[in-house]
Design a protein around this ligand. Sequence first.
Ligand SMILES: NC(=O)c1ccc[n+]([C@@H]2O[C@H](COP(=O)([O-])OP(=O)(O)OC[C@H]3O[C@@H](n4cnc5c(N)ncnc54)[C@H](OP(=O)(O)O)[C@@H]3O)[C@@H](O)[C@H]2O)c1
Length: 275
Amino acid sequence: MLIDCKSISKAIDADVKERIEKLGFSPKLVAITSKPDPSTVTYLNSQAKKAKKLGIEFEVMEGSTMDELLKVISTLANDDKVHGIFLTHPLPKGIDEFELTLRIPPEKDVEGRTPYNLGMLIYEKEYFPPCTAEAAVRILENVTEIRGKNVVVVGRSVTVGKPVEIMLLKKGRDATVTVCHSKTKNLPEVTRSADALIVAAGRAKLITPDMVGEGAIVIDVGINVVDDQLVGDVDPEVEKKAQLTPVPGGVGRVTTSLLMEHVVRAAERLAGKNE
Ligand SMILES: NC(=O)c1ccc[n+]([C@@H]2O[C@H](COP(=O)([O-])OP(=O)(O)OC[C@H]3O[C@@H](n4cnc5c(N)ncnc54)[C@H](OP(=O)(O)O)[C@@H]3O)[C@@H](O)[C@H]2O)c1
């Protein structure tokens, strides 16, 4: 069975719209990029579409050298009319993504990529959790009570795997978490033991039906392009024996909605500070 992620995303969007009306002004989000590849352009177009629909101002700024990008970030960091900043990923060779991330003020880091916001997760404070990790956890919470469940996470990246693991361990959520990576032995055995499986490996159809337990919940974070088609990390056949998020229209859809929610949250905080 497919998990209905559209309704989760719609509920977030409705809340965002209501909060923007209360704010009385349009919050602004700026994406910073450098020589964007086709998938980045597609990603930016979908952000632009969603922002427009919700009443959020959206702008894309480009730089081709570290100096140019550092200047862009510094300008945006000091502009009170800009509430959220995010860097597209990946950036071209020669651009130090980590160095740029360090310059984003945590209160405008709506994608939750700075060491401050990632560090907050360890303290169980979700100031701006990384949007994709938050989307995966939000979907899982929507489908089941997480407490005490055996959740297996495939992938240990800074943007998805690690933050998902920390968020699931948070007191109150209380999952028992196993994290797998490319050196994990007997991956199918581990994944089969999961009540819920979150897959963020970036390997098309890595998870096949024989690797999933009957009735498990499977959150497919992967986005891969195969023969010009978007496919996840999970074989769609898994839907026949488990609850599965679709690709496209699953985690990605909820991630975009949460990014916009973070922009509104940033604007609310700033408005509160200025009152
Ligand atoms: N839906 C969204 O909004 C969204 C947002 C961000 C990313 N994504 C997608 O999510 C996927 C993961 O992204 P990412 O940034 O986390 O990727 P990443 O940085 O490349 O990390 C991939 C992780 O998967 C592990 N892995 C790779 N092959 C494996 C295998 N055969 N068995 C077990 N583990 C394996 C790697 O292990 P090692 O650490 O050992 O190398 C690594 O930890 C990509 O498809 C990406 O496009 C989607």
